[in-house]
Every structure is written in structure tokens, then in C-alpha cells.
Design a binder for this molecule. Structure first.
Ligand code: ADP
Length: 265
């Protein structure tokens, strides 16, 4: 059995992070079919006795879908306002799709600062445990209206890692628009090779720091490696899968798909 399938199969508490690229179509609208499929997969995992927490990006895209004329407004106020509008749309979609499987959802909007305050952290932890124990799926997103600096793609990688550590998850799954971690960015390098297993993301980051953004990893992939480092230090494995593929989680569990597994040293 592959490491990937073994890890998904044996993990009970799973945090699934969905990247904004996953949820958007080429025309910049929300891919509802795919979102429904991810919800369905989550429910199937729950039927297998697993517990699921979702960390979802995509509020911005949903906002554009709702108020199209703001799309080109680049200033931060409009971006934040768009996320506030889109968050409602996003949650409406989750609520509707999970209801198809008789599952309730709960919204939790957090910032990085919430994790630096012991009282807030305890409250987040208690809420998460209570929701999950009652069979409700918490859907976490960053509270964009109050976190100016963090309004950028990839930050939910960090948020999902913090949530996984706080909840004592068995596994963090990042769903992105790429099959896994490559030795270089596959979008600009046709010969890039997929790395199926990484031991010690620490060393990987050192490599990137040294080489900057030149050959290995730019933008979004760096926060994913950082997320791996964070959860690995708590003994939690992380996997990176292509969330754009239908049934990816279940197929990876059944050894029909590959991805990258990040393990501790
Ligand atoms: P998400 O919205 O899912 O968080 P991002 O766009 O932030 O995704 O990050 C994923 C992107 O990182 C990929 O689409 C890919 O183009 C880019 N990338 C850069 N270097 C690498 C690499 N070495 N391996 C995989 N992807 C990489």
C-alpha cells in the first residue's frame, strides 16, 4: 500500500484546506460542481468514521460572483469588502451542499493573532471539539476584514496548519491546483518532477531561502512547505493533492491518484 493511501486510510481527524484556485473556474467564477464533490468526499470520509474540519479560501471569488462591478477595484478596502460579501455566498454553498448529506456546518472566522492569545486559543479549541463531536463540520476562513496584511493567496495554508495543531489532527490535507510538490514550478517547467515523499520540510525551506525564488518554489508553494513544517513539528503528516480533480481524496486513499506526503524527519 502506498504511503499516501495508508496515511489517509489510518487518519481519523482530518483538516482539509481548499485553495482559492481549486474553487475558481477559468472565468473566475466559483466551480460549484467541484465544491459539491469536495463536500461529498468529506461526507464519505465521515461515514468511514473520520472527523473533518474544512479551511476554505474562495470568499474573494464568491464576492466577485455576487458583485461583479467591484472586480477591478484593487484597493484593500474593496478587497476586504468583497471578501465580506463573498464569505456569505461561500457559506451558503457549503450549507446547501452539506445539507444534501444531512450534515450541519458552522462558520469560524479567525486571524493569526487569535492563535497568539491563550484565552482565544482555548475558546477556538473548545468550539472546534464541541462542533466536531456533535457531527458538525466547522468551516474556517481567515477574517479578512480585520487582517489587512494577510489578504493574500496562500495564507490559509498557515491557518490550516495552526488549526490542525490546535485540534490535534491526525492529518492535514492541502487541496491545490497542482498534483503535489515538484522539484521546480511545473507551470513554467515542462520537465518538473513530482516528489511523492518528503522527509523533513525544514531542510526544504532552507533550500528555498538560499535560492530565493529562482528555481524551486515561488509564491504559494512556500507557505505550503511552511505549513508542513508546522504540523510535522507536532508529529502530524501533511499531504498536498490536486483538488481540481474530482474524487481526489477518495482516489488517493484507493491508490488511484498520487500527491506529495510531507513527513517529519
Ligand atoms: P492555492 O490557491 O491552492 O493555495 P497557490 O497558487 O497559492 O495555491 O500555490 C500553488 C502554486 O504554486 C501552483 O499552482 C504552482 O504553480 C506553484 N508552484 C511554485 N513552485 C512549485 C513547486 N516546486 N511545486 C509545485 N507547485 C509550485
Amino acid at each position: 500500500m502506498s504511503k499516501l493511501s495508508q496515511i489517509i486510510g489510518s487518519s481519523r481527524k482530518i483538516v482539509i484546506k481548499i485553495g482559492s484556485n481549486v474553487l475558481s473556474t477559468e472565468t473566475g467564477t466559483v466551480n460549484n460542481q467541484l465544491l459539491h464533490n469536495i463536500v461529498e468526499q468529506s461526507c464519505q470520509l465521515m461515514k468511514l468514521g473520520k472527523q473533518v474540519i474544512i479551511v476554505s479560501s474562495g470568499a474573494g471569488i464568491c464576492g466577485v460572483g455576487a458583485i461583479n462591478k467591484w472586480e477591478r477595484r484593487g484597493d484593500i478596502n474593496y478587497k476586504q469588502a468583497l471578501c465580506a460579501i463573498g464569505q456569505v455566498e461561500l457559506m451558503m454553498a457549503y450549507k446547501e451542499y452539506f445539507a444534501d448529506f444531512d450534515v450541519h456546518v458552522a462558520q469560524m472566522l479567525l486571524t493569526r493573532e487569535d492563535f497568539n492569545d491563550p484565552t482565544r486559543t482555548l475558546n477556538i479549541r473548545n468550539t472546534l471539539f464541541t462542533l466536531v463531536d456533535e457531527g458538525v463540520v466547522p468551516i474556517i476562513n481567515e477574517n479578512d476584514s480585520v487582517s489587512v496584511e494577510e489578504i493574500k493567496i496562500g495564507d490559509n495554508d498557515t491557518l490550516s496548519a495552526l488549526a490542525a495543531n490546535l485540534w490535534n489532527a491526525d492529518l492535514l490535507v492541502l487541496l491545490s491546483d497542482i498534483d503535489g510538490l515538484y522539484d521546480k514550478d511545473p507551470k513554467s517547467n515542462g520537465d518538473a518532477r513530482l516528489i511523492e515523499e518528503i522527509h523533513g520540510a525544514d531542510r526544504l525551506l532552507e533550500e528555498i531561502d538560499v535560492r530565493g525564488t529562482s528555481s524551486f518554489g515561488t509564491g504559494g508553494i512556500v507557505t505550503k512547505i511552511e505549513a508542513a513544517r508546522k504540523v510535522n513539528s507536532y508529529g502530524i503528516p501533511m499531504i498536498l493533492l490536486n483538488g481540481k480533480k474530482m474524487n481526489i481524496l477518495l482516489d488517493a486513499m484507493r491508490e488511484k491518484e498520487t500527491g506529495t506526503v510531507f513527513l517529519g524527519k
